[in-house]
Design a protein around this ligand. Structure first.
Ligand SMILES: [Zn+2]
Length: 149
């Protein structure tokens, strides 16, 4: 059971950011999210702060950041969504560079191949011009990209 005392223990680890209103987690973190020991196990700090404010998060839901600051634990900056919402959110915020495949329309693939064949463009350069990652350009050139219309 969460108590007010626990809240007080949390707060020395939070640094309010006056410009954005973010509460930056200064405790330990793993990967990109803050970590906190809560109810006997390590959990994502921003989830715990949201739960303290709003109640338990249902299984299968993710605590997502409006402010796009993974270390932020301000419950006002966090909303719940499904895995699909999480993906959509990443796409709109343009953080999808690690997504292994995006669907590139066939004319675009041909365009990329043609430009590459001229020998005037590096994969990186093509990526910048066409708004895809150099790795994707490489896949396209090597014919590895599966394309769906
Ligand atoms: Zn924030």
């Amino acid at each position: 059971m969460a108590t007010l005392d626990e809240c007080v223990i949390f707060h020395p680890l939070v640094m309010p950011e006056p410009m954005s209103g973010c509460w930056l987690w200064a405790g330990c973190s793993s990967a990109k999210y803050g970590q906190i020991r809560y109810k006997g196990r390590m959990q994502q700090a921003h989830r715990v702060f949201w739960e303290k404010e709003n109640g338990p998060i249902l299984d299968g839901l993710f605590a997502l950041h409006r402010c796009d600051v993974p270390l932020c634990v301000n419950p006002d900056h966090i909303f719940l969504g499904t895995q699909q919402d999480n993906i959509n959110d990443m796409m709109t915020k343009n953080r999808h560079r690690f997504t292994p495949r995006i669907k590139i329309p066939w004319p675009r693939v041909q365009e990329i191949k043609k430009l590459h064949e001229t020998g005037n463009y590096s994969q990186r350069g093509l990526g910048v011009i066409l708004g895809v990652s150099p790795r994707q350009v490489g896949r396209i050139i090597n014919g590895e990209s599966r394309v769906k219309e």
